[in-house]
Each structure stands twice: as structure tokens, then as C-alpha cells.
Design a protein around this ligand. Structure first.
Ligand code: UDP
Ligand code: MG
Length: 138
């Protein structure tokens, strides 16, 4: 079990002014920020990041959405980081997300759902290295 997960504050949440509140929520949930970056993905970069979903019907819309405005990418540290962060963010569809989760609080739809969270230790490492070099030294 790794103690690292990877997150993005997605374009909808950044555009709606929720960045600060989401970072606060993450810190209050017990996560230490190991690396953080504010950036605007190109369509090509978003497509590469979400290549795992290339066969899904929502892939093109997802890539357009994720390259539609600036995001915040971060590596987070805590015991049981991946599984606990999925609880902190809530269900993919904010209508189904538990009360008090980031998606329930700050997301409007299943596509524009405020935040990303890694789904496994392996993907947390892959996703972190997509955005950061040697994040483990921070
Ligand atoms: N997504 C979408 N429509 C769907 C399912 C997912 O637009 O029916 C988008 C949504 O932004 C989601 C991302 O694709 O966060 C990745 O999907 P995944 O199933 O991995 O959900 P997550 O792990 O983000 O909860
Ligand atoms: Mg996922």
C-alpha cells in the first residue's frame, strides 16, 4: 500500500472559484501536499493523460473539457492515500456523491465533476510522473 495519490482540480472548479476551498478541504482531510502545479493542458496532453479511457463514449468530450481551462495538479500524501481520497471526493456523478464530499459540494455534473482522484497505487505513480519529476524529493 502506497501513501501517495494524485489529484487535479478540474477546469470547472477552477473557473468557478473553488480552488482555495478544495485545497483547504484536502488539507483538512489529512493530506500533505507534496507537489502542486497550476497549468492549462493542451488537448494532446489531456488525451494522453486519459488514454486509459480512449474506448469510452465520453472520451472526446472529456479531453475537450480537461483542456478547456486551467487546472491544478497535485501529489498528495497520507496513509491509505488512494482509497481514502476516493471517499473524500465522492462518486463520479455528483448527484450520487455523499454529503460533504468534494464532488457533492463543488461539482454540477458527471463530466464536469470538480476533481480527479487516482484509482490505484500504480496509477497514482503514473499520473504523478505525468506532471512532476522526482516528486518524492519534495
Ligand atoms: N466521465 C464522464 N462521463 C461518464 C463517466 C466519466 O464524462 O459517464 C468523466 C468524468 O470527468 C470522470 C472521468 O471521465 O471523472 C473519468 O472517469 P472515471 O470512470 O475514471 O471516474 P472517476 O475515477 O474520475 O470517478
Ligand atoms: Mg478514474
Amino acid at each position: 500500500m502506497s501513501n501517495i495519490t494524485f489529484t487535479m482540480i478540474k477546469p470547472d472548479a477552477v473557473a468557478n472559484g473553488h480552488t482555495g476551498k478544495i485545497i483547504d478541504h484536502v488539507i483538512n482531510a489529512g493530506y500533505k501536499i507534496k507537489a502542486m502545479k497550476y497549468l492549462w493542458l493542451t488537448k494532446e496532453q489531456a488525451g494522453q493523460f486519459y488514454a486509459v479511457h480512449i474506448e469510452r463514449p465520453f472520451y472526446n468530450d472529456l479531453v475537450s473539457f480537461m483542456s478547456s481551462g486551467p487546472i491544478v495538479a497535485a501529489v498528495l500524501e497520507k496513509a491509505n492515500a488512494v482509497a481514502d481520497f476516493r471517499i473524500v471526493i465522492g462518486a463520479t456523478d455528483p448527484q450520487k456523491a455523499d454529503a460533504g464530499t468534494i464532488r457533492q459540494l463543488y461539482a454540477k455534473s458527471i463530466d464536469a465533476n470538480a476533481v480527479h482522484g487516482s484509482d490505484s497505487d500504480e496509477n497514482a505513480a503514473i499520473e504523478s510522473s505525468f506532471f512532476f519529476n522526482s516528486f518524492e524529493r519534495f
